[in-house]
Design a protein around this ligand. Sequence first.
Ligand SMILES: *[C@@H]1O[C@H](CO)[C@@H](O)[C@H](O)[C@H]1NC(C)=O
Ligand SMILES: *[C@@H]1O[C@H](CO)[C@@H](O)[C@H](O)[C@H]1NC(C)=O
Ligand SMILES: *[C@@H]1O[C@H](CO)[C@@H](O)[C@H](O)[C@H]1NC(C)=O
Ligand SMILES: *[C@@H]1O[C@H](CO)[C@@H](O)[C@H](O)[C@H]1NC(C)=O
Ligand SMILES: *[C@@H]1O[C@H](CO)[C@@H](O)[C@H](O)[C@H]1NC(C)=O
Ligand SMILES: *[C@@H]1O[C@H](CO)[C@@H](O)[C@H](O)[C@H]1NC(C)=O
Ligand SMILES: *[C@@H]1O[C@H](CO)[C@@H](O)[C@H](O)[C@H]1NC(C)=O
Ligand SMILES: *[C@@H]1O[C@H](CO)[C@@H](O)[C@H](O)[C@H]1NC(C)=O
Ligand SMILES: *[C@@H]1O[C@H](CO)[C@@H](O)[C@H](O)[C@H]1NC(C)=O
Ligand SMILES: *[C@@H]1O[C@H](CO)[C@@H](O)[C@H](O)[C@H]1NC(C)=O
Ligand SMILES: *[C@@H]1O[C@H](CO)[C@@H](O)[C@H](O)[C@H]1NC(C)=O
Ligand SMILES: *[C@@H]1O[C@H](CO)[C@@H](O)[C@H](O)[C@H]1NC(C)=O
Length: 320
Amino acid sequence: MACGFSNTCRAVIVFIWAALTLLKVHVASATNISIHVAASEIERQALLNSGWWKDRIPHNTSDHCGWVGTIPKEIGSLRNLESLDLSSNNLNGTIPKEIGSLRNLELLDLSSNNLNGTVLKEIGSLRNLKVLDLGSNNLNGTVPKEIGSLRNLKVLDLGSNNLNGTIPKEIGSLRNLEWLELSSNNLNGTIPKEIGRLRNLESLDLSSNNLNGTIPKEIGRLRNLESLDLSSNNLNGTVPKEIGNLRNLQSLDLSSNNLNGTIRKEIGSLRNLEWLELSSNNLNGTIPKEIWSLRNPKVLELSSNLNKSVQPKRGCELEF
Ligand SMILES: *[C@@H]1O[C@H](CO)[C@@H](O)[C@H](O)[C@H]1NC(C)=O
Ligand SMILES: *[C@@H]1O[C@H](CO)[C@@H](O)[C@H](O)[C@H]1NC(C)=O
Ligand SMILES: *[C@@H]1O[C@H](CO)[C@@H](O)[C@H](O)[C@H]1NC(C)=O
Ligand SMILES: *[C@@H]1O[C@H](CO)[C@@H](O)[C@H](O)[C@H]1NC(C)=O
Ligand SMILES: *[C@@H]1O[C@H](CO)[C@@H](O)[C@H](O)[C@H]1NC(C)=O
Ligand SMILES: *[C@@H]1O[C@H](CO)[C@@H](O)[C@H](O)[C@H]1NC(C)=O
Ligand SMILES: *[C@@H]1O[C@H](CO)[C@@H](O)[C@H](O)[C@H]1NC(C)=O
Ligand SMILES: *[C@@H]1O[C@H](CO)[C@@H](O)[C@H](O)[C@H]1NC(C)=O
Ligand SMILES: *[C@@H]1O[C@H](CO)[C@@H](O)[C@H](O)[C@H]1NC(C)=O
Ligand SMILES: *[C@@H]1O[C@H](CO)[C@@H](O)[C@H](O)[C@H]1NC(C)=O
Ligand SMILES: *[C@@H]1O[C@H](CO)[C@@H](O)[C@H](O)[C@H]1NC(C)=O
Ligand SMILES: *[C@@H]1O[C@H](CO)[C@@H](O)[C@H](O)[C@H]1NC(C)=O
């Protein structure tokens, strides 16, 4: 192997060896490759001897030492794998359906590669998953409804792909979800009201899709939400008053939609809000005086509503 003597490559090889030998390793290297195997000694040796990872270290490592090539279907034989992090490499091709055999997997992070093909419905068999991150790839097709079976999931990131179709209502079954990121895809249809069941959600980002319809009032049930980004969609109707229930909200971005009606005075009761973006909608009327009582405003952007922009000043009540 041409890169056999490069220091970086040697480090990675040693690291992989260590990762496969020890039960749990967390090492930061040029590329963070981390494989956590709670495998039997036999399985570990088989994996090590198979050398399937060898071809995946690039031959020319003068830039970096990311893994290249495709994810081998043999990965399906690593039945005791608990954590697989191959993020930020140069992997391409599709995610092999054999990945559905890794029933003990708790973390699957394939983000920031060049993977294409679809988000396989087989992922729905990974019932122990807590973290599923397939963001920043070229995946297309739809968000499979089977994802609703992943009841232990805390983090779901499918952002920055080419997914289309609708957000499946089954997503409402993910009761443990804390982080949901589906931004920068081509998702259409409406925001399912079932999203209101995700009571543990702290961050919801559905921005930069083609979602239409109204913002479901059920969103007001997400009392743990700290960040809500629905910007750059085609949402219309008014901002539901239930948004005032989101007392932990620190960041609210509803900009670049077709929302109309007045700016909700309930927004003024969101005492932790630091970032408020409502620009590029059709909101009209008066900026409610409650907004000036926000405790920590850092960014307040309300421009391009109707046909005027405003320069809000603390202590003033502006009309436009
Ligand atoms: C590797 O992980 C460390 C610690 O999590 C992080 O600081 C670093 O930026 C990561 N490097 C890459 C290339 O992702
Ligand atoms: C390795 O990559 C560098 C930078 O991209 C290039 O200059 C060099 O010629 C390559 N070496 C080989 C052996 O391909
Ligand atoms: C992956 O990328 C390499 C290098 O660009 C290319 O030769 C190969 O055909 C690609 N494979 C797939 C499955 O897209
Ligand atoms: C993935 O991309 C490669 C290279 O562009 C292409 O040949 C292949 O058909 C694509 N596969 C799928 C399933 O989209
Ligand atoms: C995904 O993209 C590929 C290549 O552009 C295309 O052939 C395939 O039909 C697409 N699949 C879906 C499900 O949209
Ligand atoms: C997704 O996009 C593909 C390719 O453009 C198209 O064939 C398919 O009908 C779309 N699917 C949905 C559900 O919108
Ligand atoms: C989503 O977009 C596709 C393709 O443009 C279209 O056929 C479908 O009716 C749209 N679905 C919804 C629910 O808007
Ligand atoms: C969303 O857009 C689709 C396609 O343009 C349209 O058929 C549908 O009626 C719209 N739905 C809502 C709720 O506005
Ligand atoms: C949202 O837009 C759709 C399609 O243009 C329209 O039928 C619907 O009445 C609008 N809804 C509201 C609440 O403005
Ligand atoms: C919002 O726009 C819709 C459709 O244009 C209209 O029917 C409705 O009265 C508007 N609502 C408000 C509160 O301005
Ligand atoms: C906002 O716009 C709607 C529809 O254009 C209009 O009926 C309403 O009187 C306006 N409200 C204010 C406070 O200007
Ligand atoms: C702004 O909107 C009002 C009411 O819709 C209209 O009368 C006025 O001409 C518009 N002003 C500009 C600069 O477009």
